[in-house]
Design a protein around this ligand. Structure first.
Ligand code: AMP
Ligand code: ZN
Length: 514
């Protein structure tokens, strides 16, 4: 839900509905300590890293068979904002995100061994590796456009096959896994706490999103660690169980622990990852190490379109490139995601994107005014009224961010600051030191948010285009009514926002002055 408007709502979005996100009454912990909602505990929990000053975070990354859609990017923007805020608070963050380049099969695809990447390779007449590398590159380009910081590592399962095989061997040895006709399954009945993350105890399991049917399974929810490859299968490797390829869940256990150690501080994903993917990651990793795998499980709710989850299978998706073609700025999309709490559903629409773009522009305009003023004004000490405003805003911003990353509320405090700051500016009551202090405050906040300073990618935003077209239409109406004074006034208005209009035989044409 987009909740930005001219009078910005200061209420934080609440996560409602859905058993994963239910919060017991009376669980709001003390303010001003960083807390995250831990899916495992179903409540907010004060955050403490395992290693002093360092946070180890793993994010389930993309399967690179196509361009990621903006629903996927909601999950990655959330992970990036967690990282940025931890850095704002002084932590060093070691972040790893997998790039799935083999083995992501849907339950419908297992029988036919329809790996998404192989299918894309056949369709595009390329090799699976060409497909995977092409879409990996596109994914990283998109994350750059969204001002998502690069992770410490982006490991690929195809480059970790020996690690995967070794872990599976240990699981077989410990009797958590069994082999049948060249395929290896995880035996979920052996893992005592199976279901602890999703609240799906063994006896209550119903058909899930990635339940994979197979005649050799002992329990319907046993899952693949290694699959026997049919002869014609394009991506396959030798193993102690014959030629095959790894299942999807195993890569995340193997690669997260390889680069971050047996116990991670934070593991993220979208809510659809909770079951079975993350449940299975816990079963694999904890059976292997006998240690706690993840201390804080953080999941974002889905991005919806007209009430339905944005997904490839429903066909109701936009890629970032689709938005760019329509002249939307990727940073406006990042800003839009921050305006809903990550545990609330977020309904996406192009209209919302236009609206928020104006809001972001307001903050940037305020910053520009501060910059211009600070060059002209004399240096004087910061007055108590401005000092108070700065302190209050910083306190509110941090209080909101500390409270399970309440970005809508944190942004509301920024909008309040802009409103009050503009009033002081208009009255000429800001001196050079104050302008600098206010500028620095916003720049500090932006380290955590990544939207204000970010380079604008679109030459002209959709919101600005709508505004320009509106003014041009209004000017045309004035000209038709021979109201030349009004027409000139509108032309001047357009000039002020950097647009030049020319009247031609075919009607007015306009261009943005460079
Ligand atoms: P996938 O490539 O399907 O494994 O998805 C990559 C990431 O995007 C996972 O963390 C998913 O949970 C997440 N994701 C997929 N669809 C959405 C959506 N509509 N809204 C938010 N996150 C999503
Ligand atoms: Zn994963």
């Amino acid at each position: 839900m987009v909740r930005w408007s001219r009078s910005f709502s200061a209420k934080g979005g609440s996560a409602t509905g859905g058993s994963f996100f239910k919060e017991p009454k009376g669980s709001i912990p003390k303010l001003h300590m960083l807390k995250f909602y831990n899916t495992l505990l179903r409540k907010k929990q004060i955050f403490k890293s395992l290693h002093k000053g360092e946070v180890r975070m793993y994010n389930c990354g993309p399967t690179v068979y196509d361009f990621a859609h903006i629903g996927n990017f909601r999950a990655y923007i959330m992970a990036d904002t967690i990282r940025r805020y931890l850095e704002y608070k002084g932590y060093k963050v070691k972040q790893v995100m997998n790039i799935t380049d083999v083995g992501h099969l849907t339950r419908y695809d297992v029988k036919a061994a329809k790996d998404k990447i192989i299918e894309a390779a056949k369709k595009e007449k390329k090799t699976p590796k060409e497909i995977a590398r092409f879409y990996e590159k596109a994914f990283l380009e998109d994350t750059d456009k969204l001002n998502i910081k690069r992770a410490y590592k982006y490991p690929r399962p195809t480059e970790h096959l020996q690690d995967i095989i070794k872990l599976i061997q240990v699981l077989i040895k410990k009797d958590y896994a069994y082999e049948a006709k060249g395929t290896v399954f995880y035996d979920i009945t052996r893992f005592k706490n199976y279901g602890k993350l999703s609240g799906n105890p063994l006896e209550a399991l119903k058909a899930g999103a990635r339940l994979e049917p197979h005649p050799d399974k002992r329990h319907p929810y046993d899952f693949f660690l290694w699959l026997k490859a049919p002869k014609e299968h394009l991506m396959k490797w030798p193993s102690p169980w014959g030629i095959g390829y790894p299942g999807w869940h195993i890569e995340c256990s193997v690669m997260s622990m390889k680069y971050l150690g047996p116990t991670l501080d934070i593991h993220t994903g979208g809510e659809d990852n909770i079951f079975p993917h993350h449940e299975n990651e816990i079963a694999q990793s904890e059976a292997y190490t006998n240690k706690k795998f993840v201390r804080y499980w953080i999941h974002c709710r889905h991005l919806l379109v007209e009430g339905k989850k944005m997904s490839k299978s429903l066909g109701n998706f936009y890629t970032l490139r689709d938005l760019e073609k329509k002249k939307y700025d990727p940073i406006d999309f990042r800003f839009l995601t921050l305006l809903s709490h990550y545990r609330s559903h977020m309904d996406f629409s192009e209209k919302a994107l236009v609206q928020v773009s104006e809001g972001l522009e307001r903050i940037r305009e305020f910053l520009n005014k501060l910059k211009v003023k600070s060059q002209k004004l004399k240096a004087k000490a910061v007055k108590p009224v401005v000092k108070k405003l700065i302190e209050k805003t910083k306190k509110n911003f941090e209080k909101s961010m500390d409270n399970d990353l309440d970005t809508p509320k944190a942004l509301a405090s920024i909008f309040d600051l802009v409103k009050q700051g503009n009033k002081l500016l208009d009255k000429g009551k800001i001196n050079k030191a104050e302008a600098k202090a206010l500028h620095k405050l916003l720049m500090d906040f932006d380290k955590a948010l990544g939207v204000i300073k970010a380079k604008k990618i679109a030459k002209i935003s959709k919101a600005k285009e709508v505004k320009i077209l509106g003014l041009i239409k209004e000017r045309e109406r004035a000209r038709k009514a021979k109201d030349w004074k009004k027409a000139d006034q509108i032309r001047n208005k357009l000039r002020k926002i950097g647009v030049e209009v020319k009247d031609t035989d075919k009607g007015p044409v306009w261009k943005v002055k460079s």
